[in-house]
Design a protein around this ligand. Sequence first.
Ligand code: KG4
Ligand code: ZN
Length: 346
Amino acid sequence: MATQVILGIESSCDETSAALVGVEGEHLRVLSCSTASQDDLHEEYRGVVPEIASRAHLDRMIPVVRRACAEAGVKLGEIHGVAAGHRPGLIGSLLVGLSTAKSLAWSLGVPFVGVDHVAAHLVAALLDRSAVEWPAIGLVASGGHTSLFRMRSPLEFDLIGATIDDAAGEAFDKAASILELGYPGGARIDAIAESGDATVLDLPMTRLKGLDFSFSGVKTALSLAAREPQYLGRSADLAASFRKVVVGQIIRNLSLALDENPTPSCLIGGGVAANTLLRSEALRVCGERRVELRIAEHRWCTDNAAMIAGAGALRIVRGECDGWDLAAQPLSAVARGMRGPQGRKS
Ligand code: KG4
Ligand code: ZN
């Protein structure tokens, strides 16, 4: 089977990214990935400002495509197809990547496909790995979504649980803002939680019926506790307590999903999949059930174009493509849960 080389482009929120992936059947090999972060531009607003994001994508898009090609040693003329994230996300931001991808595919005379960003977070767990045994339970925990899926293949799956309010990453970002750790805060909460005592503060864990999630209660409880004098200067302990409850709810629902739907594999992706406690707990619950865990490598957890190229490649090798009229859309077709008007609610 010959390898095809697919270019992927990601611009749904505040990362401008381009990647090249080699695809042979279901096997995906990352050849290069170049990402320009905009964190510095949005930090003072504690959230993504859509207009600033789309303008920054315009400046950075062509340079990241050039860098991805140079890193992989691939010329534009050697690319077999182009994929772009076309939903969900900020419309102005999505349009920059989508238009670039369509223009490149049209001028090179190769197929173009649009990719659902949430579905691509699951494909991130398949990059540079051996074949997975299907079916699988999939979990996406990111800044915009917290969703559980029953997966028949990387492209066919049903939603079985989702957040009814905040996404897990959004809750981590809010907690970081309460503890004055800066934006985006998930990784910073995770880092200081490592040296904290999670038993210092007893935060409430929401337990909904079924497999849905809710993180707004624990967020409010943290903001009230942080004002109490006895917790002054104890940010690490508060971060540890908060992380324990957020991760605890995710792991509880993941365990329920695995028990209700016995499957040989479990796929986890999204920015929050980088969380140290989530990774170790997921390994534990999958190990106890003899389920093979595929959790995205750290570098493929937060937004990146390698997962977009991978998800697009799986369609392109099937001979599929989308029309030039494919529109950018604010919501995912596979997952409930959306970003607030400022990119993420704070
Ligand atoms: O997947 P992603 O890059 O963007 C969306 O699709 O939303 O996820 C970004 C989210 C942010 O909310 C960020 O705070 C969170 O992932 N995040 C983490 C960690 N690293 C990133 N949350 C918890 N622990 C981490 N180590
Ligand atoms: Zn994402």
